[in-house]
Design a protein around this ligand. Structure first.
Ligand SMILES: C=CC1=C(C)c2cc3[nH]c(cc4nc(cc5[nH]c(cc1n2)c(C)c5CCC(=O)O)C(CCC(=O)O)=C4C)c(C)c3C=C
Ligand SMILES: [Fe+2]
Length: 387
């Protein structure tokens, strides 16, 4: 086999306070994160949300040292994976492609080309598929491939999701068991799986398999753990006014406390690395909510980071992908698939729901224009460079 590369995909995170606003701008500019009918609205809206959210978000990052550890952890995972693959007899170079911050996916592809990689395994560091995470990165890669025909000489294969990989499940169960055993009464601890949420419409309208994969994964981890503890699954990190997957973590914790739970072990389930949503949101915000509601012992399972069994599971995924028939980006993202990246709406005349939605949208556009003018001191036409 010729030169092998592995592209690890992740979201990326701001490394210092000044990075927060541009990072948020990149994130909210992504149509897979905020779905808008008019693409020209995406940039002004991303600018508006990034500007208004930056201060709060910077304060959160300050509580964990000023920036996200995601780049550093992903780099150590990449080194560990490269060394482990080498040990097992597979010579592969590992690349990191972040979606919204450095090192960007585009930079990784440039390096892959420069290094003359002939076989590329595309492995998202998200065990579960969501339109908003792996889907968004695959969509970007598809665009990069379409714009650069020279990439077609690289044979690529995609691993869309991999939460069933037995060593991944073992690593999760091992970490949970270690935390349980720190408690005075391990069997009484309530295991609380906290997954990153997504807007409900991603699942109900967009066909995102994310919720199903999270539910399946939770059951598989409990089966692998093989302990008698009660458990709950809830969703964290809601952003904006729309309904997200429920139950919400911040509501489920007080409910458990009201039912008499005193020992709670939080398991971050959608992430494989420590980042703001484990270090700040769970360790600080949810701990506070838990303690105020009467939970006496609040524990948290660490993220997998470079856990050797987890690195072994990533290596197995890469080895299996190289041996199996390739899965093309176009197959994962094909519009005929049940996952709809941009849900299409059908227009009907009359006093229909579609008309109501459109009236609401036009009103929102007017309101947004007013807000932009209030904040920037310039009207929307100035803002988009037309005046
Ligand atoms: C499986 C993981 C993730 C899903 C699903 C996901 C969806 C999703 N996220 C937002 C909004 C934000 N996410 C932010 C940061 C962030 N999110 C994930 C993972 C998932 N997001 C990671 C790994 C990170 C990076 C964390 C870091 O350490 O820097 C942020 C920025 C932080 C903040 O201001 O709260 C936002 C905003 C949406 C809207 C969404 C689904 C549509
Ligand atoms: Fe997120």
């Amino acid at each position: 086999m010729g030169k092998v590369g592995v592209l690890l995909l992740n979201l990326g995170g701001p490394e210092k306070p000044e990075d927060v606003r541009p990072f948020l701008y990149n994130l909210f500019s992504d149509p897979e994160i905020i779905r808008l009918r008019f693409s020209w609205m995406q940039s002004p809206l991303a600018w508006f949300i990034a500007t208004t959210r930056a201060k709060k978000s910077q304060e959160n990052y300050k509580q964990i040292g000023g920036g996200s550890p995601l780049r550093y952890i992903t780099e150590t995972q990449a080194q560990a994976l490269q060394a482990h693959l080498q040990q097992k007899g597979t010579d592969a170079k590992i690349y990191i492609g972040m979606r919204y911050w450095h090192p960007f996916t585009e930079e990784a592809i440039d390096r892959i080309k420069r290094d003359g990689i002939e076989h590329l395994v595309i492995l998202p560091l998200y065990p579960h598929f969501s339109i908003s995470t792996s889907g968004s990165s695959f969509r970007l890669l598809e665009k990069i491939w379409q714009e650069d025909p020279s990439l077609n000489r690289i044979e690529h294969t995609v691993i869309p999701s991999w939460y069933k990989e037995p060593k991944y499940l073992q690593a999760m169960a091992q970490l949970i068991a270690e935390e349980l055993d720190k408690s005075a009464n391990p069997d009484k601890v309530h295991i609380f799986f906290s997954a990153h949420g997504v807007p409900l419409s991603y699942v109900t309208e967009g066909g995102d398999p994310y919720q199903k994969e999270i539910v399946d994964c939770t059951a598989l981890i409990m089966e692998t753990l093989n302990r008698p503890n009660p458990h709950t699954l809830a969703y964290q990190s809601r952003v904006g006014p729309v309904e997200w997957l429920q139950p919400y973590t911040e509501e489920a914790i007080p409910e458990l406390a009201a039912q008499g739970v005193k020992d709670l072990l939080v398991v971050p389930i959608s992430f494989v690395s420590e980042h703001i949503e484990t270090l700040q949101e769970i360790d600080i915000e949810y701990r506070e909510i838990a303690e105020e509601s009467g939970i006496e012992n609040f524990y948290r399972v660490p993220a997998l980071n470079t856990h050797p069994v987890f690195i072994d599971s990533l290596a197995t995924l890469v080895e299996d992908a190289l041996k199996s028939p390739s899965v093309q980006l176009s197959e994962v993202m094909h519009p005929e698939k049940t996952v709809k990246m941009y849900p299409q709406e059908r227009w009907e005349w009359g006093m229909t729901t579609a008309a109501e939605v459109w009236n609401g949208r036009l009103a929102m556009i007017g309101f947004l224009a007013l807000l932009i003018e209030l904040i920037s001191g310039q009207g929307p036409l100035h803002f988009v460079g037309l005046l």
